[in-house]
Design a protein around this ligand. Structure first.
Ligand SMILES: [Zn+2]
Length: 156
């Protein structure tokens, strides 16, 4: 495990406290697992990335803003999800990280689409088979890339 700063340790404590106050469903709804992983990433990139340093402050602000996430005002809630979204987008685009599930599903869909296009040339009864085979191939590619990214430590 890489070294983390005091900021990360404090943030992890805050996030854990939020998690304790929520149900399992609540933690999922507020993406606490993702927020914690993204915080760890932001922390490792912060020394060389001004945007990540800014995100550290933003993340601190949203986790400290309220004691109970489920009691946030509409405005706070909007801001909370916005911060997570912007941070994750930055990690993906600037630091070449990938999300946990996103890519696998995307590949399955691409596979299914290609399968439909190819099989539509064979007649209407084959489209379902084409889509199925395409989805399976897409899924296999997605899982391969996911495993590869995981090995390279590029998952958020
Ligand atoms: Zn950054």
């Amino acid at each position: 495990m890489e070294e983390h700063s005091k900021w990360y340790e404090d943030t992890a404590v805050e996030i854990a406290q939020h998690r304790d106050r929520l149900t399992h469903q609540g933690s999922r709804k507020y993406k606490l697992g993702l927020l914690l992983r993204a915080s760890g990433r932001v922390d490792t990139f912060a020394s060389g990335c001004p945007a990540c340093r800014l995100f550290q402050r933003e993340i601190s602000r949203v986790v400290e803003d309220t004691d109970n996430l489920s009691l946030m005002s509409q405005e706070q809630r909007k801001n909370y999800f916005q911060v997570i979204k912007v941070v994750v987008k930055h990690l993906k685009e600037e630091h070449k990280l990938i999300g946990q599930r996103h890519n696998i599903i995307a590949w399955a869909l691409i596979g299914a689409t290609i399968g439909i296009v190819i099989s539509s040339g064979w007649g209407t009864t084959q489209i379902g088979i084409g889509a199925g085979v395409g989805a399976v191939i897409g899924l296999a590619i997605g899982i391969f890339l996911y495993t590869k990214s995981k090995k390279e430590g590029r998952l958020i």
